[in-house]
Design a protein around this ligand. Structure first.
Ligand code: ADP
Ligand code: MN
Length: 496
């Protein structure tokens, strides 16, 4: 044996061509980058949020949390400066545009209230407001007509806020700007065409982000609930809809601030903060005088929160009337926590998915008939999206869910919504073989207590619309004198 040993033949692991290959270089770099910056934890695997996993799970999340805090501080400082700058001058300049946090997905100062007050129901019918019939208000030289230039100008400026959310109107509103009718109409025209254009652009974008369950802000809010001991674990997603995402969670040990005991299993409904879907819902709220004042002043983010708030109050009304429905646990911004209908993480099936025997089917029908009547008479609500998709079968009975869009019967389109509900229910049970099921017109009369005699769909619909119109006129003419809403007795004033 040679004392120096034989030189080992170095195994050539790659050729010169490989070394020079750009392809390989790229792959190596990617590998390195992936090791240094791992992707955010996937939502689907394992529990979604628990007490432990959140704060260390993702650097990105941490960075976003910090950035959010920073932005909030920055904006608070900005607000202080704005206040100082304006003093008590009559014309004020808004610093809104300099804010760090984009106004549509940020928290403004009033939003920083951590837990919402859930006791008061602001959706009860107010006295409706009307434009004075005479066309003027006031006396003597203080008289103001609706054509008053200054008033009109201000109104126009305020109405600008009703344009599409994406349409930047600047901060003229804060500056007490006055717009002439001509300028306003030109702007309105422009806003409409912008809205259509941006809807087209949005369609594509929406699609690609639909998979991601919730945004960082929502994650943070959910985390806070877990951290506060209110929820034990958020196990995962039950449903992803156009307007909301629903999660399952195990309730925590500590009670809510108003001492409500947390149910062992909860459903968390997160209303989507992407705005375009909600514009479809305008018709539910736009003509509703209950919202006239609130709606015109709100930004889109708050409108979404209002849907959550509305669902909460409607559920509470139903609960009080003894209608089987989820029990509200807590509302936080656009997140509604309620009791879970189902067991061991398995949600109760929708009526459309469950196969009932004929006896249960009949039982379900009579129960729904009774619930619809109570919903109308006692809760003064029309579900407005009632179908086999929004009724769950659990514990041998039907549970009503999804009531964020429900309206009062006196809503300008309330009776039409009711008729649609009746049609869905009738058709479902007639197809399901319940011989006793009323047809949609009979059901409508049975629920509303009205007596519309038309024997065909078209005439029936026409009578409904006539009634709605009559009611609107009544509201307009009698203004403050309408008291039939708020006091006891039948909800609408149709039967006077
Ligand atoms: P959407 O507006 O997306 O239809 P829903 O309130 O109808 O919202 O909820 C979507 C789905 O989530 C329901 O069809 C139901 O399967 C499930 N779900 C919602 N709330 C609950 C609950 N409290 N318990 C169990 N499942 C629920
Ligand atoms: Mn639904």
């Amino acid at each position: 044996q040679c004392p120096w040993g034989a030189p080992k033949t170095a195994s050539i692991s790659c050729s010169l061509a490989d070394v020079m290959s750009e392809q390989l270089a790229k792959e190596l770099q990617l590998e390195e980058e992936n090791a240094a910056f791992p992707e955010a934890v996937a939502v689907a695997e394992g529990p979604f949020i628990t007490g432990e996993n959140i704060d260390t799970s993702s650097d990105l999340m941490l960075a976003q949390m910090l950035q959010m805090e920073f932005d909030r501080e920055y904006d608070a400082q900005l607000r202080r400066e704005e206040k100082k700058f304006n003093g008590d001058s009559k014309v004020s300049i808004s610093f809104e545009n300099y804010r760090k946090v984009h106004p549509f997905d940020s928290d403004s100062s009033e939003d920083e209230v951590d837990w919402q007050d859930t006791r008061h129901d602001p959706y009860r019918a107010d006295k409706p407001t009307t434009t004075p019939k005479k066309g003027f208000i006031g006396k003597g030289k203080d008289i103001t007509t609706k054509h008053d230039e200054v008033v009109c100008g201000r109104k126009n400026t305020a109405r600008m806020e009703n344009f599409a959310p994406e349409f930047q109107v600047g901060d003229g509103i804060g500056m007490d700007l006055k717009l002439s009718n001509q300028v306003f109409n030109a702007l309105k025209q422009h806003a409409y065409s912008e809205e259509r254009r941006s809807a087209r652009l949005h369609e594509k974008k929406e699609h690609s982000t639909a998979e991601k369950a919730v945004d960082p802000k929502t994650r943070l809010l959910l985390y806070k609930m877990v951290n506060a001991g209110m929820l034990e674990t958020i196990t995962g997603c039950i449903s992803t809809g156009k307007e909301s995402v629903v999660f399952h969670a195990y309730g925590g040990k500590s009670a809510t601030e108003d001492d409500k005991v947390i149910p062992p299993e909860c459903a968390i409904k997160v209303f989507k903060t992407t705005l375009n879907e909600f514009k479809n819902r305008d018709k539910y709220i736009k003509d509703d005088y209950r919202f006239k004042d609130r709606f015109s002043k709100l930004n889109p983010r708050k409108i979404i929160r209002m849907w959550a708030e509305k669902e909460m109050h409607n559920l509470t009304r139903m609960q009080n009337a003894g209608i089987p429905c989820p029990q509200v646990v807590i509302l936080k911004k656009h997140i509604l926590v309620m009791s879970f209908i189902g067991q061991d993480q398995v949600p109760a099936p929708k009526l459309k998915d469950v196969k009932l025997n004929s006896e249960d089917m009949k039982k379900a029908y009579y129960q729904i008939l009774n619930m619809m009547q109570r919903l109308y008479k006692e809760c003064k609500l029309v579900h407005a999206d009632l179908s086999e998709y929004n009724m769950l079968w659990h514990d041998g009975k039907v549970w009503l869910i999804d009531v964020s869009q429900s309206v009062e019967p006196t809503h300008p389109h309330g009776l039409e919504f009711l008729f649609r509900d009746c049609r869905n229910v009738s058709q479902f049970f007639q197809k399901g073989g319940v011989a006793e099921a009323l047809n949609e017109r009979e059901l409508f009369n049975a629920v509303s207590g009205l007596n519309i005699t038309a024997d065909n769909e078209v005439d029936f619909q026409a009578e409904i619309e006539a009634l709605e119109k009559m009611n609107e006129d009544h509201v307009q003419n009698h203004g403050k004198k309408v008291s039939t809403f708020s006091s006891d007795g039948d909800p609408p004033i149709y039967n006077e």
